[in-house]
Design a binder for this molecule. Structure first.
Ligand code: DGY
Length: 326
């Protein structure tokens, strides 16, 4: 391969077909592991690269970008880019790629799966059977909450929030939503805009779908949790930092809201001894909302497309910091 062949740092073992695709075009420096590189290794290896294909577990900060003189593109295999200092990348003229769209439906499926399993106590019911507690059919055994006809509050009405609203139609749910922009919801979604406080007061289920930014950090805190119904269920498939987790633990202890079903936590992975995991009214899964075979392959290929465009000097098909192009 010619000396000028771009060098790319890939921060995790990806699907082999995507790695093969990259290896045919570039000198690939692969972090050949299922665990992320530590920050120092990430920074050292990025410093030698023309392009970095990274994951949401990799912190790409200003210091790393400054230490990488040849870096021309950072491609994140995620739609969220809160692991990347976008302002520093823009200032350094480095486009940042992300993977919107391809994970929308898969993530919405999972948000609904969490919502359903919390409402109908599926995780608890499975543990009950395995523990040999199933003695008989009983009129009051493991009673849950109906989705049918309930009110669903969707915080953040972008593509994923709307995909969740679409699923809610099948359950005849009333949908309230908050949205940054004033753009009306597509009429077929039959959804009503609401201020956050009203949404929290009136919803039986609250599902979070905002990116993590300075504005959205801890938008669900002690005050907001106290506004929720005593019977309400909070679902988070967005980012752990959107919720004040200490406040949530205290609120769940008091029983308001009744339950939380979380695919994301303040620190990931959550410590197995974390107080949150001792609560019977919390369901926690390991950030797998986009984890279907097909979707993860689409995400990896999209990240490879963004990387390739950046290395060619073309505009990234999906760029998280379009200001970089002036
Ligand atoms: C993303 O792409 O930001 C998701 O959180 C990955 O599951």
């Amino acid at each position: 391969m010619a000396a000028e062949t771009p060098r790319v740092f890939v921060t995790r073992r990806l699907q082999q077909e995507v790695l093969d695709r990259l290896a045919a075009l570039y000198r690939v420096d692969l972090w050949d592991s299922d665990m992320p590189p530590d920050y120092d290794s990430l920074r050292e290896r990025a410093a030698l690269a023309d392009g970095v294909l990274c994951l949401l577990t990799d912190r790409i900060d200003a210091a790393l970008l400054e230490a990488a003189p040849s870096l021309r593109v950072v491609s994140n295999m995620a739609v969220g880019t809160d692991n990347i200092d976008l302002a520093a990348a823009t200032a350094g003229g480095i486009p940042v790629g992300n993977t919107p769209g391809v994970l929308t439906e898969t993530t919405a499926d999972y948000a609904f799966a969490l919502l359903t399993s919390a409402a109908r106590r599926i995780v608890e019911a499975d543990a009950y059977v395995r523990a040999g507690q199933w003695q008989t059919w009983g009129p009051s055994v493991l009673l849950g909450r109906d989705l049918y006809g309930a009110t669903l509050g969707i915080v953040g009405f972008g593509a994923i929030g709307q995909a969740v609203a679409r699923r809610a139609q099948g359950f005849s749910m009333r949908v309230l939503y908050t949205r940054r922009s004033n753009a009306p919801a597509p009429p077929d979604l039959n959804a009503e805009p609401a201020e956050l406080d009203r949404l929290l007061r009136e919803s039986d289920f609250v599902s979070l779908h905002v990116p993590l930014t300075a504005e959205t950090r801890h938008i669900i805190g002690e005050r907001e949790l106290a506004l929720m119904k005593e019977t309400a269920i909070l679902v988070n498939t967005a980012r752990g930092g959107v919720v004040d987790q200490d406040a949530l633990v205290a609120a769940l202890r008091r029983g308001r809201p009744a339950m939380a079903a979380l695919d994301v936590t303040a620190v990931e992975p959550i410590d197995a001894r974390d107080e949150l995991l001792s609560l019977p009214n919390a369901v926690v899964t390991p950030h797998i909302a986009s984890a279907s075979v097909a979707t993860r392959l689409l995400m990896a290929n999209m990240a490879a497309d963004n990387l390739a465009a950046g290395l060619e000097g073309s505009r990234l098909p999906n760029c998280a910091n379009p200001d970089v192009y002036g």
